[in-house]
Design a protein around this ligand. Structure first.
Ligand SMILES: [Cu+2]
Length: 74
């Protein structure tokens, strides 16, 4: 996360891959979807999630719902 955006907005990974979100902003963020929720990630911290099922996983930041991203798991 940086400048109140997820970067990259869309990422494509394989089943079993680990995705890490790192907060490079000064404000806290989350990565929250129907199937995963980072909880609060403060500035400078990161959070990892392992994707074990194929599909498209759109997510937002609960503090800034205009922040949107998608993890595509093949
Ligand atoms: Cu946020």
């Amino acid at each position: 996360m940086r400048n109140l955006q997820f970067y990259p907005v869309t990422i494509e990974v394989k089943s079993g891959d680990v995705v890490e979100w790192k907060n490079d902003d000064l404000v806290p963020h989350t990565a929250t979807s129907a199937s995963f929720d980072s909880g609060t990630i403060v500035s400078g911290q990161s959070w990892r999630h392992t994707f074990t099922h194929a599909g498209d996983f759109p997510y937002i930041c609960t503090f800034h719902p205009q922040m949107k991203g998608v993890v595509i798991v093949k």
